[in-house]
Design a binder for this molecule. Sequence first.
Ligand code: HH2
Length: 294
Amino acid sequence: MKETCGTPSGEALTAASMVWQAGPHRWTFPSRTLVMGIVNVTPDSFADGGRYADPVRAIEHGLELAAQGADILDVGGESTRPGATPVSAEEERRRVVPVIAGLVRQCRVPVSVDTMKPEVAAEALAAGACIVNDVGANRSDPTMWRRVAEAGAGYVCMHMQGTPQTMQERPVYRDVVAEVGAFFEERLQRLAEAGVRPVQVVLDVGIGFGKTVAHNLQLLRALASFRRLGRPLLLGVSRKSFLGAITGAPVEARLPGSLACAAWAVCQGVAVLRVHDVAETVQAIRVMEAILSR
Ligand code: HH2
């Protein structure tokens, strides 16, 4: 069992201590905020589509992110940007499995697979991934959860309204914070029924997944309220379009906005940040943590 935790800090921010178990890895929170570096093996991702579509480039990129201080590498083979064209399981598997196997062989950083497909998750886990990052956790079929339970993998349970193809058409909520909270409660129950223990699960409000700019901001404001569910929180805001809507910055110029959100997330007790810019985010959060621990 690897104890992969940092120096406890920010006790004032997080009431109870929580463990996240992902295969052989185990993190105890409160801890330093973990950074999940994004490795998109896709031609069409919104921020870096095509840059790492070649497996050799993708592995090099993952190793670079590990050297910059990533705690987890998240490998994805299907873009989930609004309106993205879905890819087959076969194509997604072809993209991600060699990259996961290469990263597991060449570095010690835990690897996660960003997929909505149980068959891709199963092959990724067999290739050495230890976390399934599931933006499709709003499904009704429990097959994915059974795969996660069998493998004892970590699981990111993300909220999305609709599917990537439809989610931004006209997202509507009565109360986005209450509805995302109710979704998490119901999913923790369904995950447990499928054999996934709470200790395997982290929760993600799904910024940009079936949400307007106002919904995203309400969820960011309310992050600390989700800690009542007793599970660590993961947040993905890196370079997302709501930052462009607020500032006018194009996707390649959204690092400052992404870092502002990262700093906010640290203050709210978020456990894991999913980012493109690992070195810059690590520096920003280490400074925030130093201030908060004074
Ligand atoms: N965002 C994206 C993809 N996966 N997973 C989680 N848990 N949370 C997120 O916010 C999240 C995610 C979108 O970012 P990216 O992977 O850069 O883009 P694309 O889906 O176009 O590949």
